[in-house]
Ligand binder design. Structure first.
Ligand code: ATP
Ligand code: MG
Length: 408
């Protein structure tokens, strides 16, 4: 077929086992999030472009290179959301929720970034995430990290991931650090990549996030943010580490190179990373964003959260078990079709998954039921028989007995 339509580059269909893995991740996360007191929200997948451009930072990779931005028919600039936090905070403000604290939000859904597609990197990908709005205490950070850790545990992949944490300090620490960093980087300005030279002018911290090879040596020897931390920022970080270690028993490594790609983070930054996915090693990433809500025009409400790539998690987990297939209700001949439909309704009303073969003779339908992996077939004729498709055994039943017989 010469003109067969193809999926857009960087998008994937979720069918068969891919779908099973995907929804297993979402359902596991949803269950754990509820356990921690988070409620699920859904915000639109497109927003006013400024929701992202103003918050993610005009120099971030996401804003400069990766956003799907277009003008709609009314002339407004619209962007397909590249991440979840900005939209949740926008909804938090416009929904008038800023006086009802804390807000504990869970979300799951598609995100869009114009990136070079490769294993674990797509243009439409999906994230689960949580946001905890309100508390300024490091205990909130520990809770949020702990929820993520528990999800990874329940997905059976905690053994494959490492938690890396860092602190970005408070505003005062950042100002002091920024000065030290600019001092240092200016000496090497001509050796920096073109992107990093721009960042040095606009947002020097972002240089540390550069992946350009020519920047790596310079970054390695740059002054460490750690040395510019205020006493308050240090004590926040110490409390977080103690809580993770002694209260939640979560192993972690300190990693000073985690600065996170987005502008709005302060204090805690963390990532769960793995070696099992090649270059796409970060599966879950987050941090504290105390200035974000205010920057978006709301009151000063602190926040902390994380987002995790469902595709990357799906690749790490074992294939979820295939659940029991619906009971096959099969009329033995055309005259029993009506009775078969009645039994079908009876089973479904009794909360038992059931289907009929729609067409073909009884033999064909039974073959199909066997192939589908169904555990049982109900053969509807002058008598009704329940056939166990696993061992081939068969018993006479009445329609009334079926729900009880097949119920869990
Ligand atoms: P990376 O360094 O891999 O580009 P990032 O820092 O851009 O990641 P975040 O913005 O922190 O990623 O997003 C959180 C998570 O979302 C990532 O850890 C990853 O699991 C997932 N993710 C990000 N971009 C993609 C993508 N294009 N395709 C699939 N998953 C993605
Ligand atoms: Mg990225």
């Amino acid at each position: 077929m010469a003109n067969q339509l193809q999926p857009v580059r960087g998008t994937r269909d979720l069918t068969g086992e891919d779908a099973a893995r995907h929804f297993h991740v979402v359902e596991t996360a949803r269950r754990v999030a509820r356990l921690y007191g988070f409620s699920e929200w859904q915000t639109p997948i497109f927003e006013d472009t400024r929701v992202f451009s103003r918050t993610l930072g005009e120099t971030s990779d996401v804003v400069t290179k990766e956003m799907y931005t277009f003008e709609d028919r009314g002339g407004d600039s619209i962007t397909l959301r590249p991440e979840g936090t900005a939209g949740v905070c926008r909804a938090f403000i416009t929904g008038g929720l800023t006086q009802t604290l804390p807000q504990k939000v869970f979300y799951a859904g598609p995100m869009f970034r114009y990136e070079r597609p490769q294993k674990g990197r797509y243009r439409q990908f999906h994230q689960i995430g949580v946001e905890l709005l309100g508390p300024a205490s490091p205990l909130a950070d520990a809770e949020v990290i702990s929820a993520g850790w528990r999800i990874l545990n329940e997905l059976g992949i905690a053994k494959d991931v490492e938690l890396h944490i860092n602190t970005l300090g408070d505003a005062q620490s950042r100002t002091a650090y920024r000065a030290a960093l600019v001092d240092y980087l200016s000496k090497y300005e001509s050796d920096l990549s073109a992107d990093s030279r721009i960042r040095l002018q606009k947002n020097p911290l972002r240089v540390l996030d550069s992946k350009a090879p020519e920047d790596q040596n310079i970054i390695q020897s740059a002054p460490k943010l750690y040395l510019s931390l205020t006493k308050e920022a240090l004590s926040f970080y110490e409390t977080l580490k103690e809580t993770l270690q002694y209260r939640f028993n979560i192993p972690f490594k300190e990693n000073p190179y985690i600065v996170r790609g987005l502008d709005y983070y302060n204090h805690t930054a963390f990532e769960f990373v793995t070696n099992a996915l090649g270059a796409q090693g970060t599966v879950m990433a987050g941090g504290r964003y105390d200035g974000l809500v205010e920057q978006m025009g709301g009151p000063n409400v602190p926040g902390i959260g994380w987002g995790a790539g469902i595709e990357r998690l799906s690749m790490l987990i074992a294939a979820p078990p295939v659940g029991a297939q619906p009971v096959a209700v099969i009329p033995m001949s055309a005259e029993f079709e009506g009775q078969a439909l009645e039994i079908l309704n009876l089973l479904r009303n009794g909360n038992i998954a059931a289907e009929t073969g729609y067409s073909g003779n009884a033999k064909k339908r039974l073959e199909r039921a066997n192939k589908s992996g169904a555990g049982f077939a109900v053969l509807v004729g002058a008598e009704i028989k329940l056939k166990n498709l696993t061992d081939g055994s068969q018993e006479d039943v009445t329609a009334e007995m079926l729900v009880k017989r097949l119920g869990a």
